[in-house]
Ligand binder design. Structure first.
Ligand code: AVI
Length: 323
């Protein structure tokens, strides 16, 4: 399995983004991508098993049921590239369906975490007809490499599963899909998984579960800053909060300071103060309507060819074909 290392210094970048987010005027923010160190990724795996959080199970059900039909709709030979390697479990359905319809195929997971890439290779390494070529890269850089290495006549299917698109705000999501489209050729495809709108109490419970796993996932971001940037956040003085934003149609996660306090972040050269009740906004999860996906596809150079939806937990797999 080939991998390509990232050249930028990740600690320096983390410190710079923490500094920028916590010195912003008005609402303090931290980028949600930093929720996923090894501890955060393990906590997210647990979240996906919680009864309140039906999203991952809906994604899995749809792929298990419809993988064959999804792959059948696409021209062959096909290379599969995945943005984020995930646990490998959902991807297996697609790769198994592909190996029934094509002798051999390449699967290219694109992921900045080497640990996640290694787990994915271990999980899917037993599939004899699939060769795994991992890219330790940001999504778009990795996809550019996959596209550059394709051979004459090969088509690409990009997987963007788990409703990760929901963690982009809507304009950023549109820009991102346009970039994906720019890298692809006409006839290539994107399987985009999206969590659909549902009643607000159900959404709030999904992001504020009764066991407190999502709270731990959120607070781990401060613990990570303590570990990696030599900071002194008092974890028992911040609490997990969620709210539904009706204009953005998103669930927001915040960390609320329980008292007036100061925090030093040595490696970012920063001293930050918090008022009692002040929050740090750590993540937004946008929810979509099926119709909105059709419009999003058109606005980004794709056509939504098919949609499969889950009845138990409103969720959609959308097959977008590059025009
Ligand atoms: C990865 N992402 C789609 C999850 C979501 O639902 O936005 C992350 C998550 N945050 C809290 N719970 C799960």
């Amino acid at each position: 399995m080939l991998t390509h290392a990232i050249t930028a210094d990740p600690v320096y970048e983390f410190a710079a983004e923490v500094r920028a987010g916590l010195t912003r005027r008005g609402q303090k923010e931290l980028p949600s991508k930093y929720l996923y160190d090894d501890v955060g990724s393990a906590l997210f795996e647990v979240i996906s098993l919680l009864p309140e959080y039906g999203l991952t199970r809906a994604d899995e059900r749809l792929l298990r049921r419809h993988a064959y039909h999804i792959v059948r709709e696409l021209p062959k030979p096909l290379i599969v590239a995945e943005l984020g390697s995930g646990s490998g479990k959902k991807t297996r359905w697609i790769l198994e369906a592909l190996s029934q319809q094509q002798h051999t195929a390449s699967y290219c997971p694109i992921e900045i975490s080497p640990t996640a890439l290694a787990m994915c290779a271990k999980e899917l390494g037993d599939m004899e007809s699939i060769s795994i070529v991992g890219f330790e890269r940001e999504y778009l850089d990795g996809l550019l490499e996959v596209a550059a290495r394709r051979e004459e006549g090969e088509h690409i299917l990009v997987l963007f599963l788990g409703s990760t698109i929901g963690n982009f705000d809507r304009p950023a999501g549109t820009r991102f899909l346009r970039e994906v489209r720019r890298i692809l050729s006409a006839g290539d495809a994107l399987l985009l998984a999206t969590d659909l709108t549902k009643p607000v109490p159900q959404l709030l419970a999904a992001y504020d579960d009764s066991l407190g796993v999502t709270a731990a996932f959120n607070l781990n971001l401060l613990a990570r800053i303590n570990r990696e940037l030599d900071a002194n956040f008092a974890l028992d003085q911040f609490e997990h909060r969620v709210r539904f934003n009706p204009e953005a149609r998103s669930v927001e996660m915040h960390l609320r300071s329980m008292r007036k306090q100061g925090v030093n972040i040595e490696s970012a050269g920063l001293a930050v103060s918090f008022e009692e009740g002040e929050t740090i906004w750590t993540e937004s999860s946008h929810k979509y309507s099926q119709h909105e996906i059709l419009q999003l596809a058109m606005a980004t150079g794709f056509r939504c060819q098919s949609q499969w939806t889950d009845e138990e937990w409103p969720f959609a797999e959308n097959l977008l074909v590059a025009q």
